[in-house]
Design a protein around this ligand. Sequence first.
Ligand SMILES: *[C@@H]1O[C@H](CO)[C@@H](O)[C@H](O)[C@H]1NC(C)=O
Ligand SMILES: *[C@@H]1O[C@H](CO)[C@@H](O)[C@H](O)[C@H]1NC(C)=O
Ligand SMILES: *[C@@H]1O[C@H](CO)[C@@H](O)[C@H](O)[C@H]1NC(C)=O
Ligand SMILES: *[C@@H]1O[C@H](CO)[C@@H](O)[C@H](O)[C@H]1NC(C)=O
Length: 569
Amino acid sequence: MAKFSLFFLSLVTIVCASPHVYRDLQVHESRSSVPSGFTKVGAASEDQQLTLRLGLVQSDFAGLEKALYAVSTPSSDQYGQHLSKEEVEQFVAPAPESVSAVKDWLQANNLTSATISPAGDWLSIQTTVKQANAMFDTQFSTFTHEKTNTQSVRTMQYSIPAALKGHLDFVHPTISFPAPELKRPIISHPISSSAKNLTASGAAASCGSGSVTPACLQSLYGIPSTAATQKSNSIGVAGFDPQFPNSQDLKTFLQRTRPDISSSTTFTSQSVDNGRNPGGSGNDIVEANLDVQYTIGLATGVPNVFVVVGEDTKDGVDGFLDIVNFLLNESNPPQVLTTSYGFDENQLSRSVATNLCNAYAQLGARGVSVLFASGDGGVGGGQQGESCRTFIPAFPGGCPFHTAVGATTVSRSGSESAATLSSGGFSNYFGIPDYQADAVSSYLSALGSTNRGLYNASGRGFPDVSAIGQDVEIVLDGELTPVDGTSCSSPIFASVVGLLNDGLIAAGKSPLGFLNPFLYSTGASAFNDITSGDNPGCNTNGFPAKAGWDPVTGLGTPNFAKLKAAVGL
Ligand SMILES: *[C@@H]1O[C@H](CO)[C@@H](O)[C@H](O)[C@H]1NC(C)=O
Ligand SMILES: *[C@@H]1O[C@H](CO)[C@@H](O)[C@H](O)[C@H]1NC(C)=O
Ligand SMILES: *[C@@H]1O[C@H](CO)[C@@H](O)[C@H](O)[C@H]1NC(C)=O
Ligand SMILES: *[C@@H]1O[C@H](CO)[C@@H](O)[C@H](O)[C@H]1NC(C)=O
């Protein structure tokens, strides 16, 4: 009896509380225009089902950021003392008041939520367009993405109850418009024109011969071919449906380009959102083949895990957050994660971009080096051929908590310069982090008035580093095929980091974790400075590469011996 009355009492409280507490709706986020490539069709049908994600305000992200820099800055006495899963979750878990404020409001709307992040800062709700229009004082509409002719339900502005300010960070997807096609490497040559410069032993003469292979990269960057020894070390390769590496192609690749190691060397895989191997070919596997062939082919002996994100994504950002949450939920995530996919920054709302960026900070605090290809559209965004009046920064390019890898090319005479496709520039969402302040200010003074007004001079500059991204030979459907793209550069750089981690772990030291504070300080002189070339786009020549850091090739390409010394090996 007592129990019954209590239940009844709480129901009454909710019914009484809801109308006035939640009536005061205030605009929370808006965007001024539909991003290019999308057109509005009309109001979304009221009975259409909507899955919305609610990002709750993290209790102490500033604390996590401070801890991240403490464990990632070589001069800090906490350098290398990475945080545990529980320590990271404590910083980002929402405060109990935030959880109850949001859950009470959902209950008043007869909605239940599912928790979709390990720290509990992301909730998912199922509702209808009609109810969402009322709850967020908005009008959800249908938009078409022209290039792929796919439709999505989005809005230009939404409101939340004043009582939830400080508790509810954002609602998603609302004003974010990520394109339904993720970045792919660009096949630079017809498939039949391959293999010309490979000798019988599989070694390309030099990376300037038009055929980049593991052997020429080992010689150009001084990357050792001896096998790593530490089994607790690994490189994670992110893959998104339908991309899954073909094992036979990997074997053929190793036979042709690494005859000195076992051609049965392979990867393990982990599945996120029901990711699987659909057994495709051609363009459907080119990215996965490239990423796995160059991490296994270069990071000799480093265990390799392909993390495949399926179609059942929960985050509304194509699985970009799901894969991070999946890895954060592991007690021993891979020490390196390389991803060759991305967005344009302006396709994501500032709040969603910030939340994703903060998720990379969580991985960094756990000791994971998070690397992304910087994009293939020069200053014009992540993809080639986008129309633009001002430069389009790529995402996560401008996020300060990851390492963006740009692309270079090597001429016949052997000199390395910027690849024109290399995305780089300055973020409109993220300010310049301390670790980069001197590098950016030196570049901007050297640049003078070039491109003034076309980029945000107070934004975080990217990429951070670079590696070859042109004429890179992979095996696809049994044939050697050259590909281009920063999609090549990120796995190449990831392999360098994986081999450095092997040495560190063997010496009883911590893996490198979040790289940037090291790269811009004690690591800065361990790069081949790339000082020629540029990254055209938006009807300009883009940014010129210059001495020191630049927003085309970052600090430069790796010199393994110098990096080894810089990390204390
Ligand atoms: C919630 O459900 C109750 C009982 O079915 C109903 O009376 C009430 O109007 C609903 N509230 C909302 C906001 O839909
Ligand atoms: C985290 O992993 C555990 C199993 O180890 C699983 O039960 C749980 O659902 C996972 N949580 C999230 C948010 O993925
Ligand atoms: C590589 O191939 C090009 C033609 O594509 C040729 O001119 C060059 O001499 C070759 N280099 C070697 C080392 O075989
Ligand atoms: C330029 O970057 C700063 C720092 O991130 C940001 O606060 C500002 O809004 C950006 N300006 C524009 C026009 O996007």
